[in-house]
Design a protein around this ligand. Structure first.
Ligand SMILES: NC(=O)C1=CN([C@@H]2O[C@H](COP(=O)(O)OP(=O)(O)OC[C@H]3O[C@@H](n4cnc5c(N)ncnc54)[C@H](O)[C@@H]3O)[C@@H](O)[C@H]2O)[C@@H](O)CC1
Ligand SMILES: [K+]
Length: 503
């Protein structure tokens, strides 16, 4: 699914009006009717009144239509026009159709709203072009002050948030739900705005599909259609060699769990063969915990500078992919080993955890990476690798520019994990939940990505599919209890995540 900028959303709106028998007033009616329906379905039977705050533009126009539609259905509705500036023509036309509309001219006129109800925030949407200040900011603070007593539902955007620019630190509605029209907006996907949007619900309003099909965007949200296009069913004539031989370099004294979790995920993702390279202290652990993997070792608790000797990496062509990093530690000897490895290997590769920490400590190693590896930092690892930024839009831009400059795929973990490709595109992943913020979850992702690359998926396909599978398996695991789930449960649900694609 493409993520459009505020300008492109306006164009999609105009294109629909030009190419369909619908004028702007009808389109507003359609969008507002979809919201009114959601509000009725969600709050029917609760006897909660609706308190609707309408701004001067078309977002306010949506609020006016919602007020009328809910009142027509017999709901208890109060609506206020927060009057500042000239109203848009469609807003004005709808004001006349809400006889019970009141006006707030200054913050002192903020209504009491005694009965617990639902505040509908239709003050500003994608038309916001600068931070809110003065008395509009004061109204936002007053609405936020009501959060304990009322549910707040924002229409299209939480008022105060700009669709594709940072509004960090500026006044903004804290919604429980955001009913956003037709497309995800970039701002709704970035963690710094999570507290404002609450739960985002996508509301289709029937914009013309031809515009979306043709428009060029850098940002995308992974959806099932994309996943089904990427996924390749197994060949009935397959043997284990068909699905590749992965090498996983992982573990150290006290951190063999990371290696075991990663190894299991490689195989559960579908790799044909796996060799795990661990320090000597981990040999028995690995062979016992996961007999499906072959295991080779070194004497030391960490990896030696002579990595390639017992390791016989000169036989590298027998591997299809190398995954490296979970639990390896960042000893100088291990860093040397990674350097040697990079001198010998130019194939597909996944670098995670301590492999990334080594790259941060010795940044010159970044230049030795084969092109089109997958790097999977969490925000702290990303900051150590590439530096701090002032807000999450800047961080996204840094992610994009580093992926292009280094010609690597870089995955930045988060609620909507952002995956930047060397061609400048960024894919956001929708699956996953807070239950996955648990030790070992990242090691499982490394394993899944390594397992997909082993099977011959191209890096971009492996990245999008693997991250989706990881989140979906996590969602299935969290369905029982997000608190009680552990990383092994994600592996345990990978089969069910695959099954969802095949349905
Ligand atoms: N995209 C679409 O296809 C559709 C959009 N609709 C609605 O239209 C909205 C966009 O409408 P508009 O473009 O009229 O914009 P908005 O209603 O979001 O806001 C524009 C108004 O706010 C004022 N404004 C902007 N920044 C301000 C600031 N910092 N302080 C005070 N005032 C400020 C402008 O002067 C203007 O009056 C969407 O969010 C959505 O709710 C729907 O009505 C129907 C279909
Ligand atoms: K709004």
């Amino acid at each position: 699914m493409k993520i459009l900028s505020a300008r492109q959303i306006r164009e999609a709106d105009a294109y629909t009006i030009a190419h369909e028998p619908v004028d702007s007033l009808r389109l507003m009616e359609r969008a507002a009717a979809a919201c009114a329906q959601w509000l009725m379905d969600t709050y029917r039977g609760t006897a909660r009144p609706f308190y609707i705050f309408c701004g001067p533009g078309n977002n306010g126009g949506d609020g006016l239509v919602i007020a009328r539609l809910l009142a027509d259905k017999g709901f208890n509705v109060q609506a206020w026009l927060v009057a500042k500036g000239t109203p848009s023509p469609d807003n004005l036309a709808n004001q006349a159709r809400v006889p019970f509309l009141q006006t707030i001219h200054e913050p002192g006129e903020f209504p009491p709203m005694e009965t617990p109800g639902v505040i509908v925030d239709a003050l500003f949407g994608t038309g916001l072009n600068r931070p809110l200040e003065g008395w509009t900011a004061a109204i936002i603070h007053q609405i936020n002050g009501q959060r304990g007593r009322h549910d707040i539902v924002s229409i299209d955007m939480p008022s105060g948030l700009m669709a594709d620019k940072s509004t960090k630190g500026n006044p903004c509605i804290h919604a429980r739900y955001t009913l956003t029209f037709e497309y995800w907006k970039l701002a709704l996907l970035l963690p710094e705005n999570g507290e404002f949007a609450g739960e985002t619900v996508l509301v289709p309003i029937g914009l013309h599909p031809a515009y979306t099909a043709a428009v060029q965007t850098e940002y995308h949200l992974t959806d099932m259609e994309m996943i089904r296009t990427i996924y390749r069913p197994r060949d009935p004539f397959a043997h284990k060699g068909t699905y590749g031989h992965a090498l996983l370099v992982a573990g150290s004294y006290g951190k063999m769990g990371a290696a075991v979790l990663s190894a299991k995920a490689v195989m559960r993702a579908g790799a044909g063969l796996l060799t795990v390279h661990v320090p000597g202290c981990g040999y028995e652990i690995m062979q016992t915990a996961f007999p499906e993997a072959m295991c080779e070792t070194e004497e030391q608790a960490t990896f030696s500078a002579h990595f390639d000797e017992p390791f016989r990496l000169r036989r590298a062509p027998e591997y299809d992919v190398i995954g490296i990093g979970p639990g390896t530690g960042t000893e100088p000897a291990t860093a040397k080993a990674l350097e040697r490895l990079l001198g010998l290997w130019q194939g597909p590769m996944v670098l995670d955890a301590d492999a990334l920490n080594i790259l941060s400590k010795w940044p010159s190693l970044l230049q030795l990476l084969p092109k089109h590896c997958i790097l999977t930092p969490h925000p702290k690892e990303f900051e150590r690798l590439f530096g701090a930024t002032g807000n999450h839009f800047e961080r996204l831009e840094l992610l994009r520019s580093k992926a292009a400059e280094l010609e690597q795929y870089i995955l930045l973990k988060g609620r909507f994990t952002a995956m930047a490709c060397p061609d400048g595109s960024v894919f956001f992943n929708p699956t996953g939940n807070p239950g996955m913020a648990t030790a070992g979850s990242g090691d499982v992702l490394t394993g899944i990505l390594t397992g997909l690359l082993a099977q011959g998926y191209a890096p971009k396909a492996a990245l999008i599919l693997g991250t989706w599978l990881h989140g979906k398996a996590g969602d299935l695991a969290a369905a029982v209890s997000p608190e009680a789930m552990i990383a092994s449960d994600i592996i345990g649900h990978l089969a069910n995540a695959y099954a969802e694609i095949q349905q």
